[in-house]
Design a protein around this ligand. Sequence first.
Ligand code: 5GP
Ligand code: MN
Ligand code: MN
Length: 334
Amino acid sequence: GDWAAAESLLRNLSPEARVLLVCHVNPDGDALGSMLGFALGLQRLGVRRMQATFPGPPEVPVPLQGLPGLDLLVPATEAYPAPDLVICFDAASESRLGELVDRLDTAGASLVLDHHASNTHFGEVNLVDPYAAATSVVAEQLLTRLGVGLDAGIAECLYVALTTDTGSFRFEATTPAVHQLAARLLATGIRPGDISRRVFDTRPFGAVRLFGEVLGRARLEPVAADGRGLVWTWATLDDLVRHDQRPYVLEALIDSVRCTAEADVSCVLKQTAPGEWAVSLRSKGAVDVSRVALALGGGGHRFAAGFTGRGTAEEVVDRIRGQLDAAVIPSAGS
Ligand code: 5GP
Ligand code: MN
Ligand code: MN
């Protein structure tokens, strides 16, 4: 199957081969962590000519600036124009690769590692496991097949990826196998307290105050006769300027909003340009928000999804409201 194809692709690389690793735009802990962890593994395998990159602004979010392997990153504009092999991480479709899609066309070969059910299998070889809690789970399985053992650098990258996508082992995808992987990662000696504090529990005071303002304007509304609620809020570019904050700080905002007991679906709109919003959606289980996001031009997982919204915040939320009923998951026995 594809595992054997992926293995032979990597085992048969010439020592001179140029390998380009890419992940999705606006990279999160899983995108960067699985990509850099796998890159460090390839280094151990003897791959020498290697670059890692992602589309859009080449800025690494501050919480991820401690990741091992960051020295492999180059701006997208400088990444190998025609690599011998492209390996793609945590991206469900080519559209998530922005200006880097042309690298797939010019590459000698392409390999996709991912865990989105909606993955379009756009690589020549595709390792897509929708049951994997994170792309890093797939990456670790492939490293193991290649005979690359874990070291602390690889483990720290994969641990950041795993904790990011499982909400620190709180989400449904947290299987016994996830904890077994976490145990193997921790056995390398990495420090979970330090890593978690840096990645999840550190933000500038300005961001704390910005969160206060944005959470203070959150709206809660019933969206259906059975009382399912929607909670939502928005953050503008002007909010960021007034609090002197970078956009990455807003990634954690949805985690404060989705706590709302009265709501099944939560939503944060983050303005990216006038009339344009990066929209985050979360569900507690009653609604498949990936359906909502797909219908509005984005994608994601059943309980965590997103899309780019255009218009005013109220207009974008109105489009979300219009998709909610169709996205309710039929419950067993009803
Ligand atoms: P977040 O809300 O954390 O930015 O994204 C949650 C999930 O939704 C991501 O893991 C990703 O799978 C998906 N997602 C977010 N934004 C977009 C988007 O603009 N397009 C697509 N296709 N998926 C998105
Ligand atoms: Mn991701
Ligand atoms: Mn992921």
